[in-house]
Write a protein that binds this ligand. Structure first.
Ligand code: PLP
Length: 454
């Protein structure tokens, strides 16, 4: 039995309610109020079927880095579909766009990440990472190195591999059991979890030490890799305090543990450089990426693999029994290439790093940081998270049953802004083409919605 459709719902809403199971959605609750139909988009704005215009403060799901409505991407997709809409890269074949995109990713990524494996989503990239690092240790004669260590409240996707590696308690509780061989350590969330009076630097070292403690607990020779987002995204935009990544890397090196940066959100300009690893000073052995790789115009993801791992797999691994029908899909690859060309030719990422990113961070702290509901703001470039609190001084968080985040998100939605709630943290990640004037417009709306949330 289904909830009766509301009399004013449109045809699309009725179809949707009757047949569409949405991801991460309480379908019954959604059907009671109808899904909002998003119909078109341009630049940083989206429009729904009732003609309401909204600023997309989330760039879709942290992915439309280039903004909406770039005809060049549609044109290369059409050209590629006419030329060669599909061919696989499994059976001794490749395609022009797949080879060229692999070369470009190798050139853009830091260090010796010279080799690229393609998939379709961030989750598949993470599944690839899990299998690839374990395979690496098998090939180099240490097949007992199986354990991957990640962090509580990390998000690494929704496939069985991604959800198991991620640290989202609510996800782990459903569809159990999760994959074995995965460990989680505490997250470096200073504002929310540091002891009273603890400096950011002290807290950073304490959180990194949790990695060393866990490595020693499970046995250093059993650990394959540590995986982390340079800045946690879906966990609420949590920027690790200074010193954290340096210490994590020291520990990984000490015990010869591979380091994987999950750049699905941070990659392709979000932090003001091409990759979050560059902003945060990380030198990973492998890097997963998706979202901004094509600005969401096509589903495509990749794992960039450093020489150490790739050379072992190539020289001694034989066939790696892993891949997806659409690995290196020519249309998706062509669109990603055009996306990268535009990001580069128009200096979009440089502008985020030097101008709009710092401006956004400064305006948020100066204007939004004053609001009584906002306890703390963190972020860099064009990604930010803010903690909604019951009281700033003394610091008091909302209880689990007090859903200020959802209330605020709903006010945003009705007032022309898409801002997402991760619990009681509000997060923002607008398209990278946002101008200073549009940042001002977005912040004006945030203030209106925070006032309504009080
Ligand atoms: N890794 C990170 C850091 C992510 O933020 C996400 C998605 O938000 C994923 C992996 C999973 O990507 P997808 O939803 O494309 O499977």
């Amino acid at each position: 039995t289904r909830a009766p459709l509301s009399p004013e719902c449109t045809e699309t809403q009725a179809r949707d309610a009757q047949h569409h199971l949405h991801p991460f959605t309480d379908t019954k609750a959604l059907n009671a109020k109808n899904a909002r139909v998003i119909e078109r988009a341009k630049g940083i704005y989206i429009w729904d079927s009732e003609g309401n215009r909204m600023i997309d403060g989330m760039a879709g799901l942290w992915c439309v880095n280039l903004g909406y409505g770039r005809p060049e991407l549609a044109e290369v997709a059409a050209e590629q579909m006419n030329q060669l809409p599909y061919y696989n890269t499994f059976f001794q074949t490749t395609t022009h766009p797949a080879a060229k995109l692999a070369e470009q990713i190798a050139a853009l990524t830091p260090g010796d990440l010279n080799h690229v494996f393609f998939a379709n989503s961030g989750s598949e990239a993470i599944d690839t990472v899990i299998r690839m690092v374990r395979r690496y240790w098998e090939v180099v004669g240490k097949p007992w190195r199986k354990i991957l260590i990640s962090r509580e409240n990390a998000y690494h996707g929704s496939t069985l591999g991604g959800v198991s590696l991620g640290g989202m308690g609510g996800m782990h509780a459903q569809g159990t059991p999760m994959l074995p061989g995965i460990e989680h350590i505490r997250q470096p969330y200073w504002y929310g979890e540091a002891a009273e009076g603890q400096s950011e630097e002290e807290f950073a070292l304490e959180c990194a030490k949790a990695l060393e403690d866990r490595i020693l607990e499970v046995g250093p020779d059993n650990v394959a890799a540590f995986v982390g987002e340079p800045i946690q995204g879906a966990g609420g935009v949590i920027v690790p305090p200074p010193g954290y990544w340096k210490e994590i890397q020291r520990i990984c090196k000490k015990y010869d543990i591979l380091l994987v940066a999950d750049e699905v959100i941070c990659g392709f300009g979000r932090t003001g450089q091409w990759f979050g690893s560059q902003t945060l000073g990380i030198e990973p052995d492998l890097m997963s990426m998706a979202k901004g790789l094509s600005s969401g115009y096509q589903p495509i993801s990749a794992v960039a693999v450093g020489d150490r791992v790739a050379n072992a797999l190539i020289e001694d691994g034989g066939e790696f029994n892993h891949g997806f029908t659409y690995s290196g899909h020519p249309v998706a690859a062509a669109v990603a290439l055009e996306n990268i060309r535009i990001l580069r030719d128009e200096g979009i990422i440089e502008k985020v790093g030097a101008d709009t990113g710092p401006y956004f961070q400064q305006q948020l702290r100066e204007r939004v940081g004053q609001h009584p509901l906002v306890g703390h703001i963190e972020g860099t470039g064009l990604v930010a998270g803010m903690a909604l609190v019951k009281s700033k001084e003394p610091k008091a968080f909302f209880g689990k049953d007090q859903d200020a985040g959802t209330v605020c998100r709903d006010h945003c939605f009705s007032n022309g802004l898409v801002m997402r709630a991760c619990g009681n943290r509000m997060v923002l990640s607008p398209p990278l083409i946002i101008s200073r004037e549009q940042i001002d417009e977005m912040i004006d709306l945030i203030l209106v919605c925070l006032d309504k949330t009080e």
